[in-house]
Write a protein that binds this ligand. Structure first.
Ligand code: C2E
Ligand code: CA
Ligand code: CA
Length: 819
């Protein structure tokens, strides 16, 4: 130690000794600083002010023992201490040496003069002690560090002691990781042999490895992997060493998770490369870090071209910023996004793709990668478009079909609601289209529909929709119309285009249409209501004689609902063959032979049963359906009559009920003429039953018609006679040949004297006018007896037969012949 920097506290009460010591230090080196205290108290005070490098103290001081300056635990002394004793006090000094005092000096003049040497020695010794203390502390520290390390390292370490010359290895130490990895507790395994710790066959090789290492001293690497049902359950990597001490150390790592990930990655990589879907992976900075083969094929970019780039270069420009923002938003929120995205290939071609983006996040939730998987849906799109076209277009006319019509109408209604404009919906039905189909064939019918579609398209504006609903029904959606006047204008234009006949396959075809119109918002604001109302209006137009248009009127809705349903069903019933004629025999009162038949219609509605003519004839009359229906009745009755007469050789009169509408129809006579001609029925075998009321509407005209009918040779009888406004004066002028007494009079004829009187009056009246009398509704023999007594010519009624099908009627005729 350099004396200059040494600070010494000398505690000595004897001045002479102090001087000697000072002298000694002066000789040693002039830099050393000597502070002197004469008493313990003074020494303590000095110590509180300075921190000496060395303390030299006399033992005997005026106020106590110098040793009192030493702390109880002398190991904490910050400086070396030298004590001075007088002769005879050596024992104390020795004790003090034991307790940490470095030197002692027995006071003598010489000894004190050499004090600097003692000091030097003490200081040197102190340095040694300090160094040793330091390294001891270091050792403890490093020991602790090692222990901590040993126990906190993730790698398992186990130490084994070879015994029996390497036959057995006993576990002597292991760290926490080894406990954890092997799922064992230190207390339970220390002292156990290796073979007991790892008894499994898979790990048995470990003992062999230990042995080899024990003898050769060469480190060995020994992995242990266990797969259970093709799933990796354990993967340990073992490194076995021999220490200088001969102990065997086994370091092992559990790589199960890592190996599992590797396995999965290997599999993923295979999928990645071989899938037909394009895959791209971006990092957190949205830069591409990998793409697969399929991606390159679809986009036409090579892997090298895209790595490190932002995937935005594929953008097609077909989506706006919001679209992409939405994707990110969803990705951040849910971790996944799926949808259709249009992208651009390298050559500039746009293509639709179905894209699925998944995110891979770090443990703390930040997005690490985005994995995009997409398939090029171009082909699929093309297919879809074709299918959509097929689904939305009418194959025949190319017009929108029912579906597209609905779609367009709904869209238009929504839009018009917003801006408050009006929309008109027109339902259009071709009149008598069926006839064209039946007479000229479906191919011609189809061409006619195509031509109608073309004309309709030409009659409306570009913005308006013309759709075909199926069959001969079309709809028109007129956008943004001012009022009903404006609509009527369009409607007339439509009716006009149908005024020119169509020339198809060399046939000249005239066709008319009936149109129903509903307006939004006044008649309804949604597709269903509006179409229903337009449909209703259309039927109204039909009912009012076709070739007409009607605006929907809310009032007709509820009242006519049932009627309209019946009516609309009836429209198809004829085509579907749901009508049938029954025949009720007319029998001569005297003799009882069948002299005629009355044709009575039946409507057999599928799922509803038989509908009475009383229910549907009035509707057929109102809707105009009675015209085709009546024609069918006439034709069927005449054909059946002819067949029956031919079959049985039994001539009779077939009576057909005529409706007022038919009676007033200009085409009645030509129709009858045609039918008689076609069926070959002689006119005198046909009889028309008309009612008084039909005639009384326009007597002159009725007489004219009746006369012409009679001229043709056809019979006429007045039905329901007595129920209406019987004008006897006219009766004389009517060219009829028979009266039918209504069944309401016949019913009570036996009991009711009034009815009796009416019936006998009618019969005598008829006689005077030389008319035949037919009674209907005869059920009882008494009724028949009375009628006979009054001179009635013939009768109808259940008493003889109800109305029956023609084959049964034929049986009745045959039976009669056999008699
Ligand atoms: P209508 O011309 O007075 O026909 C006679 C009705 O009396 C028929 O009723 C017939 O089935 C029924 N009847 C026959 N014998 C008896 C009987 O012994 N007792 C009772 N209580 N009734 C009997 P249906 O067939 O229901 O016809 C009702 C009405 O419908 C007919 O009255 C006629 O006005 C009309 N109708 C029936 N078929 C046709 C048709 O082909 N064309 C037209 N325009 N009207 C028809
Ligand atoms: Ca009748
Ligand atoms: Ca009648």
């Amino acid at each position: 130690m350099n004396p200059e920097s040494v600070q010494i506290l000398l505690v000595e009460d004897e001045k002479a000794h102090v001087d000697l010591i000072r002298y000694a230090f002066d000789a040693w080196g002039n830099g050393c600083l000597l502070t002197v205290a004469a008493t313990l108290a003074e020494a303590r005070e000095k110590l509180s002010l300075i921190e000496p490098n060395l303390l030299i103290t006399d033992l005997a001081l005026p106020d106590g023992q110098g040793s009192e300056l030493l702390p109880e635990d002398t190991s904490t002394l910050p400086y070396p201490v030298i004590v001075m004793t007088s002769h005879g006090d050596e024992q104390t000094a020795v004790d003090l040496l034991k307790s940490g005092v470095l030197e002692y000096v027995v006071k003598s003049g010489d000894a004190l003069m050499e004090m600097h040497r003692v000091a030097e020695r003490a200081l040197r010794q102190w340095d040694h002690i300090r160094a040793r203390k330091h390294s001891e502390a270091e050792l403890v520290k490093s020991e602790e560090r090692f222990k901590t390390l040993f126990n906190t390292m993730p790698t398992g370490v186990a130490v084994f002691e070879p015994v029996n010359n390497g036959e057995v290895f006993i576990l002597t130490d292991l760290n926490r990781a080894a406990e954890r990895i092997n799922d064992i507790r230190r207390q339970k395994v220390i002292g156990k042999p290796l073979t007991e710790l790892f008894p499994s066959a898979k790990t048995s090789g470990l003992a062999e490895a230990f042995k080899r290492v024990h003898f050769s001293g060469e480190r060995e690497h020994f992995p242990v992997s266990i797969y259970e049902e093709e799933v990796l359950t354990t993967w340990f990597e073992n490194d076995v060493y021999r220490l200088d001490s001969g102990e065997i150390v086994c370091i092992h790592e559990d790589l199960t998770d890592q190996k599992r990930t590797e396995d999965r990655l290997r599999l993923t990589a295979k999928v990645f490369d071989n899938t037909t879907e394009g895959i791209l992976i971006t990092n957190s900075a949205n830069k591409i870090i990998d793409v697969n083969q399929a991606y390159c094929q679809t986009t036409q970019y090579s892997r090298e071209e895209v790595l490190g780039k932002d995937p935005g270069y594929l953008k097609s420009g077909r989506h706006d910023i919001n679209f992409y923002a939405q994707i990110w938003h969803t990705l951040l929120k849910t971790g996944q996004w799926q949808g259709e995205v249009w992208n651009r290939r390298k050559d500039g071609e746009l293509f639709p793709s179905w894209l699925t983006i998944n995110t891979a996040r770090t443990a703390d939730g930040n997005i690490l990668h985005c994995i995009g998987i997409f398939s090029d849906t171009t082909e699929k799109k093309r297919m879809e478009a074709r299918l959509t076209r097929m689904a939305y277009r009418d194959y025949l006319t190319g017009l929108p079909n029912r579906l597209l019509f609905k779609d367009r109408l709904e869209r238009e209604l929504k839009a018009s609601r917003r801006v408050g404009r009006k929309t008109a919906l027109m339902f259009l039905d071709l009149d008598h289209f069926k006839k064209v189909n039946d007479s000229l064939g479906h191919a011609t019918g189809d061409k006619l529909l195509q031509e109608c579609a073309r004309r309709l398209r030409g009659a409306v504006r570009e913005v308006d929709t013309v759709a075909r609903m199926g069959g001969d029904e079309f709809t028109l959606v007129l956008m943004d119309v001012k009022d009903e006047q404006a609509v009527a204008h369009v409607v007339r234009k439509v009716l006009e285009v149908f005024e020119h006949p169509f020339t198809i396959d060399g046939h000249i075809i005239s066709i008319t249409v009936s149109i129903g119109i509903a307006m939004a918002p006044s008649d309804g604001q949604d597709h269903d209501t509006l179409t229903k109302h337009a449909d209703t209006a259309m039927y109204q137009a039909k009912a009012d004689g076709r070739k007409a248009y009607r605006f929907f009127e809310a009032a007709m809705n509820a009242a006519n609902l049932h009627r309209l349903t019946l009516e609309s069903c009836m429209r198809t019933a004829l085509e579907e063959g749901e009508f049938q004629l029954n025949y009720q025999p007319k029998v001569a009162v005297s003799g009882g032979q069948i002299i005629g038949a009355e044709a009575l219609i039946r409507w057999i509605r599928p799922e509803h049963g038989i509908v009475s003519p009383l229910d549907f004839i009035p509707i057929a009359e109102e809707s105009g359906l009675i015209i085709p229906l009546g024609e069918w009745i006439l034709e069927t009755a005449c054909r059946d009559a002819k067949t029956l007469m031919d079959q049985t050789g039994n001539p009779f009169t077939m009576a057909v009920n005529l409706s007022a509408i038919q009676f007033l129809d200009k085409k009645l006579l030509p129709t009858m003429e045609r039918i008689l001609q076609e069926t070959g029925l002689p006119p005198e075998n046909l009889e028309l039953e008309i009612t008084e009321s039909m005639v009384m509407k326009d007597v002159e005209k009725a007489i004219d018609t009746m006369s012409r009918v009679r001229e043709m040779g056809i019979m006429i009888s007045v039905d329901d006679f007595g129920t209406g406004y019987s004008s006897l004066s006219y009766l004389k002028r009517f060219p009829i040949h028979a009266l039918k007494i209504d069944r309401s009079f016949v019913r009570d004829i036996v009991q009711d004297t009034d009815d009796k009187a009416i019936v006998s009056a009618v019969i005598s009246l008829a006689r005077s006018l030389e008319l035949k009398v037919v009674a209907e509704g005869v059920e009882e023999p008494e009724q028949l007896t009375y009628l006979e007594s009054q001179g009635c010519d013939s009768f109808q009624g259940y008493i003889f037969s109800p109305p029956v099908k023609s084959d049964i009627f034929s049986e009745l005729l045959k039976k009669e012949q056999g008699e």
